[in-house]
Design a protein around this ligand. Structure first.
Ligand code: PGA
Length: 252
């Protein structure tokens, strides 16, 4: 477990320019004013806002990431954005394989592995998302589903420097239902074992994030579970006060 927690805000398809810039500004100032911060913060705005958010964050330690990228660096792929383009804008990270991409865009593990490899080739940290559905958990398949996602979605190029893994049980995303501390502890230990097997170059140091209805009220408990090295936050990252409170819960 690493001491510096990784706190990632996934803004999804929310916000317009003015409120996004204001939120980034507020977060940048709040992080700058936080003494002895034991977290790194990454904001993942919609692609159209990345440039403006990066401008607002100039000089701040808060970093920016994309919510998705294509497998190719360039080409005839109307509507897509490459990892190289995100890097060129100043992004440091990109989320790949979020369950909303898996569900609404039929993304497969092998496609996600190719996206993560493209992120690595561009010099970005890939945040690879995994997680079981409600039906899979009820059927007792959570461990095997996540093991298969890890085996097939993490590319050979993964190292502890260029990869983080986010465990986001699908039934906990945007529902207000959080996995119990015991479930998170058990699953993160399982993920740590699988990632250590799969990634020979520093797998034991890869940051493992939890995501799914993380909020200020439950962040401290979640962030102090073994093998939880950070959080991936959707809804609560849209309110700067809530999101900074989550980040500060890393301390202690
Ligand atoms: P949520 O979303 O925090 O709104 O549950 C998390 C995510 O989808 O990354």
């Amino acid at each position: 477990m690493s001491a510096t927690k990784l706190i990632v805000g996934n803004w999804k398809m929310n916000g317009l320019l003015a409120d996004s810039k204001a939120r980034a500004q507020q977060l940048g100032s709040a992080v700058a004013a936080t003494k002895d911060a034991v977290f790194d913060m990454v904001l993942c705005p919609p692609a159209t806002m990345i440039g403006a958010v990066i401008d607002v964050l100039a000089g701040s330690s808060v970093q920016c990431g994309g919510q998705d990228c294509h497998t190719e660096p360039s080409g005839a792929y109307t509507g897509n954005i490459s990892a190289a383009m995100l890097k060129d804008m100043g992004c440091t990270h990109v989320i790949v394989g979020h369950s909303e991409r898996r569900q609404y865009h039929a993304e497969t593990n092998s496609l996600i592995a190719a996206k993560a490899a493209a992120a690595h080739a561009a010099g970005l940290v890939a945040i690879i998302c995994v997680g079981e559905t409600d039906a899979e958990r009820t059927a007792g398949q959570a461990d095997s589903v996540v093991a298969a996602q890890l085996a097939e979605s993490i590319p050979l190029s993964a190292t502890s420097e260029n990869t983080a893994v986010a465990y986001e049980p699908v039934w906990a995303i945007g529902t207000g239902k959080t996995a119990s501390a015991d479930d998170i502890r058990q699953m993160h230990a399982h993920i740590r074992a699988k990632v250590s097997e799969k990634v020979t170059s520093g797998g034991a140091q890869i940051k493992l994030l939890y995501g799914g209805s993380v909020k200020a009220a439950n962040a401290a408990e979640i962030l102090h579970i073994a093998h939880v090295d950070g959080v991936l936050v959707g809804g609560a990252s849209l309110a700067a006060d809530d999101f900074i409170a989550i980040a500060k819960a890393s301390a202690g």
